[in-house]
Design a protein. Structure first.
Ligand SMILES: [Ca+2]
Length: 434
């Protein structure tokens, strides 16, 4: 807890300026207002002449009122004291992403949020997963330039998982069989119709030239966990976290500041798998024989389990299940490519026919009416170094092991036509300027 402090420097400036104003005490008093949200003294234009000392007297009286008010309200939390920005009508969000690109589900999910007129993207925090962090930062910065949104901060996060490693992955595969997808640790890309640069599984800091070009803007000199903590404390109860990659950054933030999850409005995450229905594309190979395995959770199972035990006010999970019937089709790519958004040519050139994993997580938050089937479950991730390492665990509410697992709002099915229409519509617009 931290005691509220009077805005002394600001008040001092105001007093000096009021010395030059001419007003009656009544007029000075009427001009002063005390804004509880910003803790600032404001004054309006004062028109009539009066001696200087009456202005000082009025200000002294105003400070007396403030002092009494503060005494009554007592000590304020640090979060309240730093909540200096005026509240916005737009929904505030931070997207935590393994932003491997160019284009593809990771970056198109970011674009959906940037395009939504009722959303304010506070920042994009980056985590290794599909690719390595630094290469993903590069892709994200370039995307923001192309989308004409260089104002949005990009904050680098975790390079590696908390416990999992390349060596542990190799050891696991020798015991339990090959993983079909390993993200940044892939030695060769799976055959999924995608054209991608050569993997570099053993060099997390290599940033190959992107076919979309090199960015000119820079990432923030900060770390994702610190950024998350600072923004959640600055806007308590107002910020949604949409996590569409491994949950390492959120786990680090939660361990640095155990209050941070409680300060978020909601956590929405893409990850986990329950009982996905078969799809006919190559991506079905991932879950055909391992229906509870999903990459975001499998990359960093310990982080995922930690985050799922945090006291979030609300958790919404978009697992593999509702994504198996989605696909970013050539027709959608063409329609967006012919649209009015500044990134139309970028999508037309680099769009890939992937399931729309991360776009769906964003869309389910933007417009929950696309969700047709959902369920409340207790959810965790298997952290035992067994065949089930990283698999999704779940129980009906009231039937869990009682280790602090949280109820999770699990999205199981969606209105596909509505989701596709929302995606194409948002990505075809010229976005509003914020
Ligand atoms: Ca992702």
């Amino acid at each position: 807890m931290e005691t509220c402090r009077l805005p002394q420097p600001r008040a001092h400036r105001d007093m000096i300026r009021l010395q030059d104003l001419n007003a009656t005490p009544t007029q000075v008093f009427a001009a002063l207002s005390f804004d509880r949200g910003s803790m600032k003294i404001r004054y309006a234009k004062i028109r009539h002449s009066e001696i200087r000392r009456t202005a000082f007297a009025a200000i002294a009286a105003a400070f007396s009122v403030i002092a009494v008010t503060l005494a009554l309200c007592g000590p304020c939390s640090a979060g309240h004291a730093t909540n200096a920005k005026p509240e916005t009508q737009r929904r505030m969000v931070i997207i935590d992403q393994d932003a491997f690109g160019p284009a593809g589900s990771n970056l198109q999910a970011i674009l959906l949020l940037l395009q939504a007129s009722d959303v304010e993207v506070l920042g994009i925090t980056i985590v290794s997963g599909d690719g390595w962090r630094d290469e993903e930062v590069d892709h994200t910065l370039r995307l923001l330039e192309i989308a004409e949104r260089p104002d949005v901060p990009v904050i680098p996060g975790a390079v590696l998982p908390l416990v999992n490693s390349a060596a542990r992955t190799t050891a696991w595969e020798s015991l339990y069989g090959k993983l079909i997808y390993k993200g940044a640790w892939m030695e060769n890309w799976p055959v999924q119709g995608a054209v991608r640069r050569t993997p570099h599984p053993s060099d997390p800091y290599l940033v190959p030239p992107s076919p979309a070009g090199a960015p000119h803007i820079k990432a923030a000199v900060d770390t994702a966990a610190n950024f998350l903590i600072r923004e959640l404390r600055r806007h308590p109860g107002q910020v949604t976290i949409i996590a569409a990659g491994p949950l390492t950054n959120l786990a680090l933030a939660a361990r640095l500041d155990p209050e941070v999850s409680r300060l978020a409005k909601e956590l929405v995450f893409m990850g986990g798998s329950f009982n996905p229905r078969p799809s006919t594309n190559a991506f079905a190979a991932e879950y055909a024989n391992a229906p509870r395995r999903e990459f975001n959770m499998r990359w960093d199972p310990e982080a995922a389990s930690m985050v799922l035990h945090e006291p979030w006010r609300k958790i919404t999970q978009v697992p593999i299940d509702p994504t198996t019937k989605t696909l970013f089709t050539p027709d959608m790519r063409k329609r967006i490519g012919q649209g009015n958004a500044p990134f139309a040519a970028y999508i037309d050139k680099f769009g890939q026919s992937f399931p729309m994993w991360d776009e769906l997580a964003v869309a389910a938050w933007l417009d929950p009416s696309i969700v047709t089937v959902d369920k409340q479950l207790l959810v965790d991730v298997d952290t035992s170094f067994t065949a089930g390492y990283g698999d999704t665990l779940s129980w009906s509410v009231g039937e869990g092991p009682g280790l602090g697992e949280r109820p999770v709002h699990v999205v199981l099915d969606i209105d596909l036509a509505k989701f596709e229409a929302l995606t194409v519509d948002l990505l075809s617009r010229r976005a509003p300027r914020h």
